[in-house]
Design a protein around this ligand. Structure first.
Ligand SMILES: [Zn+2]
Length: 236
């Protein structure tokens, strides 16, 4: 696929849902693209499956204390990027997401309620992705996109104005088979600011500003951008 200077491939759309496992996933993997989409006037919403309650090396921290801290950090980061709403699912723990039928049903309902044109999520088939939540989130989201299309799937959801819904495009991030690149040279500072809103997730010995620039340079080098985010695009 050719390099595209536009953020999205046609037909695109105005409503975008970013479906992630943890606070900071979106900023780390597609924050520059989200910043550009928000600037273009598109409605970007986040759905976060967990509150990242295991994301600390502090031996005095507990999941109960960490959850609200990370929720607030995610809301702040979303503001930096111009994201309109952030919704967290209830009942899912960091490190324990599985692509169950229960989660598929929940994600299907969210997709039918919000009716996104476009979804951003993890590439579940990235080789050697070590975090099980990232794999499970991508897989279950893909399955929910399929389920949301057919009215015979979860027909009990189809009331109060909720109908079957067809997502038009999926952009899988954290992929090892990219086929679409977005130039983030102009928004790298905003991406880093958003990522650094996750104060609890900053390791001074490995500051995000260093590795985010390095990732972007590596992704961009393939296609001639100074700084880029890479995706595997899937059209439906
Ligand atoms: Zn994550």
């Amino acid at each position: 696929m050719a390099v595209s200077s536009s953020v999205l491939l046609p037909p695109g759309g105005q409503r975008i849902l970013v479906l992630i496992a943890h606070p900071d996933d979106a900023e780390s993997f597609c924050g520059g693209t989200i910043a550009r989409l928000a600037t273009e006037g598109r409605a970007v919403h986040y759905l976060v499956i967990t509150r990242g309650d295991k994301g600390s090396d502090d031996l005095t921290m507990t999941p109960e204390r960490l959850s609200p801290i990370r929720e607030e950090e995610q809301r702040q980061a979303a503001k930096v990027l111009g994201v309109q709403t952030v919704t967290f699912l209830e009942g899912y723990s960091d490190g324990a997401i599985e692509p169950t039928l229960t989660l598929r049903q929940e994600l299907t309902l969210k997709i039918r309620e919000w009716r996104p044109d476009i979804i951003f999520t993890f590439d579940p088939w990235k080789r050697y992705e070590i975090h099980p939540d990232h794999r499970a989130t991508g897989l279950c989201t893909f399955d929910a996109v399929a389920a949301a299309r057919g009215w015979m799937n979860y027909p009990e959801q189809l009331r109060d104005g909720v109908t079957a819904h067809k997502v038009k495009q999926i952009y899988f991030f954290n992929t090892d088979e990219p086929n679409h690149w977005v130039d983030i040279s102009d928004v790298i500072d905003k991406k880093i600011e958003a990522r650094c809103s996750h104060v609890s997730q900053i390791n001074p010995a490995n500051h995000p500003s260093g590795y985010l620039r390095r990732w972007a340079a590596e992704a961009g080098a393939v296609k001639g951008y100074a700084l880029s985010e890479a995706f595997h695009y899937y059209g439906l």
